[in-house]
Design a protein around this ligand. Structure first.
Ligand code: MTE
Ligand code: MO
Length: 405
């Protein structure tokens, strides 16, 4: 079992391929806890926030690279909505120029595969309709740091996820205005508006994702998050949000939406974000990272605490399926007790904070949480190994050691 404390030490995991020797920190399970941070890890810990995200709360995040910023595990606390300045960032490409934000209402989106194809500005979208949906945004690679085979890519632990209130127009209302989608269409294909590097096959680099038509009922074109204009770092001026789907499908700076018969042949769809056995290449016949499975983890306390009554907090979500229950174990899964959801239920796509009150004696507790959705799907004990380290919702991987004194 490999467990990682995320308060101070998760950035020691940022070194792809070599990170297994870099484990350390007070929150790791037993034997690993005395291994110190490597000098390399210390250097990486100090990476500065990139310009487009310089407003992030530096102490609440781990900067893995200019394009990848993770929320520290205990920066979530008991929170229902993740504040924007703590939310993780993941960019496959550099974002568009910050100038696009100076007149965000003028951003244009092309709609294709409908009966009356059109180009609409954000200002025009704002007159069609508006809705707010609270939904978890989670990278497919969240939990990658726990895989033993060392998949390359950002070594996210728990913090490539957050829960956001998205405001925008339901995509369905826009499509109805344009006469509905054309007969025979099976996918919604969204294209990101980054400037692509020249001299490369555009299909290799473009962020273009297809999701099945069933996503149309809940998708929105969002221009606000958490009651403020959507910042460039999170896809402003305009982003498609597919509630309950992994992060990559929530295309930022969206400049085109096409209803299509086939999935896009862009690399990020055709071979990227596919679940396959370790050692295999990605291919279109493998499962795509669409709907998220049920998942939970403890957010606080993450490493040390005092004897007496303790409130153990965490978050749980069911992807597209509402939650049924959340259980907690203080002994690495030997015995389980019911924890309680905290605060208002913000809908099926939101995560639910939970709390478990317990009177603790001094000692070490191996805390794990396990969520179950209303269809009876529950988190598995073990992750399913896969080449890229996607979709980890194992309860044992997400456990932590709490030292109570
Ligand atoms: N245009 C565009 N959209 C994108 C991406 C990107 O690089 N470009 N990254 C995707 C991935 S992999 C994730 S996990 C989420 C991250 O969203 P965030 O940066 O707002 O947290 O955006 C998705 N949408
Ligand atoms: Mo992602």
């Amino acid at each position: 079992m490999k467990a990682i404390d995320n308060t101070e030490t998760a950035s020691c995991l940022t070194n792809p391929g070599r990170r297994r020797v870099l484990l350390g920190g007070a929150g790791t399970f037993a034997a690993l806890s005395l291994i110190p941070l490597s000098p390399l890890a210390r250097a990486e810990e100090k990476l500065a926030l990139p310009d487009y995200a310089v407003w992030k709360e530096a102490d609440a995040v781990i900067v893995h690279s200019k394009k990848t910023i993770e929320t520290k595990r205990d920066a979530i606390g008991s929170g229902g909505i993740t504040s924007t300045d703590r939310l993780y960032v993941r960019n496959n490409l550099p974002p568009p120029s910050a100038e696009v934000m100076t007149n965000a209402d003028a951003w244009e989106i092309r709609i294709e595969g409908v009966n009356r194809p059109a180009t609409l500005t954000v200002a025009e979208l704002k007159k069609i309709g508006v809705e707010t949906v609270v939904a978890v945004l989670q990278c497919s690679g969240n939990g990658r740091a726990f895989f033993e085979h060392g998949p390359g890519g950002t070594q996210w632990a728990t913090g490539a996820a957050g829960c956001v209130a998205w405001t925008g127009v339901p995509l369905k209302q826009v499509i109805d205005r344009l006469g509905g989608y054309q007969a025979g269409m099976q996918y919604i294909t969204s294209t990101g508006g980054e400037t692509l590097p020249e001299g490369l096959d555009q299909k290799l680099v473009v962020v273009e994702r297809s999701v099945p038509l069933r996503a149309l009922d809940h998708a929105i074109l969002a221009w606000e998050m958490n009651d403020e204009p959507l910042p460039l770092a999170h896809g402003g001026p305009l982003r498609i949000v597919i509630p309950g789907y992994f992060g990559v499908n929530n295309v930022k700076y969206v400049k085109q939406i096409a209803f299509t018969e086939q999935q896009t042949t862009a690399k990020i769809q055709a071979s990227g974000y596919r679940i396959r056995p370790v050692g295999e290449k990605g291919a279109p016949d493998q499962p795509s990272m669409w709907e998220m499975p049920v998942k939970s983890w403890v957010t606080s306390p993450v490493s040390r605490s005092k004897a007496g009554i303790n409130m153990i907090y965490g978050v749980a979500f069911g992807g597209t399926v509402p939650l049924e229950k959340i259980e907690l174990s203080m002994d690495a899964g030997k015995t389980w007790q019911a924890a309680r959801f905290l605060g208002a239920d913000m809908g099926p796509y939101a995560w639910r904070p939970f709390v478990f009150a317990t009177d603790l004696k001094p000692g070490t507790y191996e805390i794990v949480s396990r969520a179950t959705d209303i269809n009876g799907q529950t988190q598995p004990k073990h992750r399913t190994d896969n080449e890229r380290g996607y979709g980890n919702n194992s309860w044992s991987d997400h456990g932590l050691s709490l030292q109570v004194s």
